[in-house]
Write a protein that binds this ligand. Structure first.
Ligand code: HEM
Ligand code: HEM
Length: 185
């Protein structure tokens, strides 16, 4: 099958498409949440409504990505990397998957604690989870979400630095694993 990982050690096409869709969505969501900071309710909603909708789309994409990953295991990492680099990369990837599920699920739970569903670009509403209304709990979960979101963005910085180090200092075409056609491996 053309989409199965090949010996050139590139990720499968499905994994690459999902990686880049989710990467763009996460960065857009971060900028939207930053833009809303310090604004009061009606003005903040201009940024936070799409933030919430994009977050729910990331949840769906991440479930699809994990199912895809189960069926199409990633290519082995370059054995030339130091053990600490391999562990660090694996740990960061694991935390990414955790946060890609926990951030939207937490946001959904917190909204539900305020009795609110999530409007998806005026097309339909994802209903509130069947939890008791508890605004104090919702507020605490949003605070945790904020912290988790900041950790995610810091780790994205580390992830990009790692990718660029392997690409340009180790010169092993690391980016070719996630960008089709970028050199041969
Ligand atoms: C902004 C949000 C991003 C997220 C959430 C993210 C997440 C991930 C995750 C979870 C993996 C592991 C894939 C797996 O094994 O299942 C991965 C791999 C990778 N990412 Fe990202 N990524 C992001 C942005 C980027 C950017 C901007 C670059 C390029 C500079 C990049 C380059 C790579 C590369 C080269 C790999 C392959 C790593 C390897 O196995 O050798 N990523 N990414
Ligand atoms: C993967 C998906 C998501 C990511 C990456 C993400 C990321 C973030 C980040 C980085 C912040 C903090 C921004 C700052 O420093 O000002 C934030 C705040 C926030 N997010 Fe999300 N988010 C996601 C999904 C959601 C969902 C689904 C909801 C609601 C249903 C939501 C609701 C909120 C709210 C209300 C805040 C403000 C919280 C506060 O500052 O107390 N997010 N998000």
């Amino acid at each position: 099958m053309a989409t199965i990982n090949t010996p050139q050690a590139r990720y499968s096409t499905g994994a690459i498409i999902l990686h880049w869709l989710i990467a763009i969505a996460v960065i857009v969501n971060w900028r939207l949440a930053e833009a809303a900071e310090g604004l009061e309710r009606p003005a903040a909603a201009v940024y936070m409504d799409p933030h919430k909708a994009i977050g729910m789309i990331v949840l769906v994409l991440t479930v699809a990505r994990l199912a895809w990953r189960y069926m199409n295991p990633p290519p082995p990492m370059d054995p030339g990397y130091a053990a600490w680099e391999r562990y660090l990369a694996k740990a960061v990837h694991g935390i990414f998957y955790f946060l890609l599920l926990a951030l939207p699920l937490g946001g959904w739970f917190a909204s539900s604690s305020f009795g609110m569903g999530i409007d998806i670009f005026g097309l339909f509403t994802v209903p509130a989870l069947p939890v008791a209304e508890n605004p104090a709990l919702g507020k605490s979960v949003f605070e945790l979400h904020h912290t988790g979101g900041v950790i995610m963005i810091l780790l994205v910085g580390l992830h990009i630095a790692g990718a660029l180090k392997h690409q340009f200092l180790d010169k092993n075409n690391e980016l070719g694993r996630m960008i089709p056609g970028l050199g041969k491996r």
